[in-house]
Design a protein around this ligand. Structure first.
Ligand code: ADP
Length: 173
């Protein structure tokens, strides 16, 4: 089981083996953390995403799945693009949110990544309530059978950091 650590900060600055991107199905970039990763990582990431679309995912990467590319100019070696669900009040999509964490760790194992950083997937433009998302994310990572040694959640703001801190305390009880 991976050790879970929390930091408040910018995921693009993390010197880890792989960082996870809260991508969308198109893999062709977006706002939020996705925009920051492409901006800071340079065009090599988007080039590889375009190739993946053309060769493996003509209809886009399905929600709950993950795929890796180079990290371009970022300190990390790889970016693992994971597609979280858009939040819905009428439908429980927590399984998809858990899946994109589990799938990211499966991809990390394929790469041989040992330290992997995750943002708070789905809690921005996709509107997942942070408290719920934190519980699902921490639970999914805690349940994963993986060779990854450290999963570092990199939370952009203090309220999100606090939510993950609470979720981690709950999970450790
Ligand atoms: P989604 O579409 O999955 O909701 P967003 O990128 O809109 O993805 O938001 C996901 C989370 O990433 C939000 O909590 C947002 O504050 C955070 N975020 C935005 N930029 C960064 C960054 N550079 N590093 C870490 N987290 C970030």
């Amino acid at each position: 089981m991976a050790r879970i650590t929390l930091v408040q900060g910018d995921i693009t600055e993390q010197d880890v083996d792989a960082i996870v991107n809260a991508a969308n199905s198109s893999l062709l970039g977006g706002g939020g953390v996705d925009g920051a990763i492409h901006r800071r990582g340079g065009p090599a990431i988007l080039d590889e995403c375009r190739r993946l679309r053309a060769e493996r995912y003509p209809d886009g990467l399905p929600t709950g799945r993950a795929v890796a590319t180079t990290a371009g100019d970022l300190p990390a070696r790889w970016v693992i693009h994971a597609v979280g669900p858009v939040y819905s009040r009428s439908e429980d999509r927590s399984g998809l949110l858990a899946s994109c964490h589990a799938e990211s760790l499966r991809v990390a194992d394929e790469l041989g990544a040992r330290i992997v950083a995750f943002p708070a997937i789905s809690t921005g433009v996709y509107r997942y309530p942070v408290e719920e998302a934190a519980e699902v994310a921490v639970g999914a990572v805690a349940d994963a059978e993986t060779e990854v040694e450290e999963v570092r959640f990199v939370l952009f703001d203090e309220p999100t950091y606090r939510s993950f801190e609470r979720a981690l305390q709950e999970a450790r009880r």
